[in-house]
Design a protein around this ligand. Structure first.
Ligand SMILES: [Zn+2]
Ligand SMILES: [Zn+2]
Length: 346
């Protein structure tokens, strides 16, 4: 077999350049001339390949370090690479990353050194600039029924649902998933949002929880990039009934368990039997109280049909119909709801 000669150094080789020359002429890593790191000065989020990442607690220095790390591309034959980055701040918005790379290249240990200047560019991200510019696309209007106003609890819960949904939408990658403002207004709550998509999801989630009716309207507000821009209003009209309401329906007591569309789901207090009630009945059925107002009352005496209890507010004795088969003895407590017609034992 003919012995080949390395044409660079003249030493014997198997083929082409000898391993030593190959290593000398190969760039084990390539580093860009400069790396620009775009950071939002408001929320600290970093833009990567045109997309804004979720901000975390990283400092500008952390992000510069990350950017340097990402900017290095290694030769595919470099095995077991070990990269050391020495980052120095050289100006208000400038860093210098000195990079040492070690590894094994085709069986020989090898090293490479390069330096990357890093420039930090501070801008406002899309989300922050829209928020600062009072941008909004959608208003979710929550309004009570003619028969009742929204309760404090409902208002607080809806605010929480709104915040949680805007948050998870943003974490899911929707930059416009933000709340511009939450306003308590006469008759309910206005939630002003960055995107209609978020508004629709929010209105749906609130209706699943509280029932009611949805009316969506849109208004043309202008053009952007030759496309029509609309603002939507999603009006959710709460139903008369709310979860936990105790109603007298067809001779039995029920509590409201939830809503499906226009139908109210109810559960009988005694047997736990589930059934549903039409929209018409929901508008007219008698509401006696709400389970969330239940209080513990001590049983003083009992017979088959009636419990004598101590009124939890006045400490006077009072009578309440005894639910059939309720196993309770004097001295024990039962949960009761006060109504205009006396107590209901749950
Ligand atoms: Zn050679
Ligand atoms: Zn931002």
């Amino acid at each position: 077999m003919k012995q080949a000669i390395c044409h660079r150094c003249g030493q014997p080789t198997v083929e082409g350049l000898c391993p030593k020359c190959t290593l000398e002429v190969t760039r084990l890593a390539s580093c860009p001339d400069v790396v620009e790191v775009v950071i939002c000065s408001v929320c600290g989020s970093r833009q990567i390949k045109g997309r804004w990442q979720l901000p975390d607690s990283s400092s500008a220095e952390d992000l510069a370090y990350q950017a340097a790390e990402e900017a290095i591309s290694l030769h595919e034959d470099l095995a077991d690479p070990h990269i050391e980055i020495d980052l120095r701040k050289i100006g208000a918005t400038r860093y210098q990353a000195d990079i040492d790379i070690q590894g094994i290249f085709r069986g020989q240990s090898a090293s490479e050194h390069c330096g990357i200047p890093i420039r930090i560019k501070m801008v406002a991200c899309e989300r922050c600039s829209r928020m600062a510019g009072k941008y909004f696309e959608s208003t979710v209007q929550l309004r009570a029924n003619a028969a009742r106003s929204m309760t404090k609890k409902e208002i607080d819960e809806c605010k929480k649902i709104a915040r949680d949904m805007a948050d998870s939408g943003y974490r899911g990658g929707d930059n416009l998933s933000f709340i511009q403002e939450i306003k308590e207004v006469k008759g309910g709550l206005d939630i002003i949002l960055g995107s209609t998509q978020l508004g629709r999801r929010m209105a749906r989630a609130i209706m699943e929880r509280y029932g009611g009716k949805l009316l969506e309207t849109a208004k043309l507000v202008g053009k952007k990039d030759s496309r029509d821009v609309y603002r939507s209003t999603l009006l959710v009209r709460f139903p008369r009934l709310k979860r936990g309401d105790i109603v007298s329906y067809r001779g039995s007591l029920y509590s409201v368990a939830g809503f499906v569309g226009k139908t109210t789901l109810i559960t009988s207090l005694r047997e736990g039997r589930r059934c549903s009630m039409s929209e018409e009945s929901s508008e007219t059925v008698e509401v006696l109280g709400n389970k969330s107002d239940a209080k513990a009352a001590t049983v003083i005496s009992e017979d088959e049909d009636v419990l004598e209890i101590m009124d939890p507010d006045t400490y006077q004795t009072a009578l309440a119909a005894r639910p059939r088969d309720l196993p309770v003895k004097p001295g024990e407590e039962v949960m009761v709801v006060r109504t205009a017609d006396g107590f209901i034992v749950l």
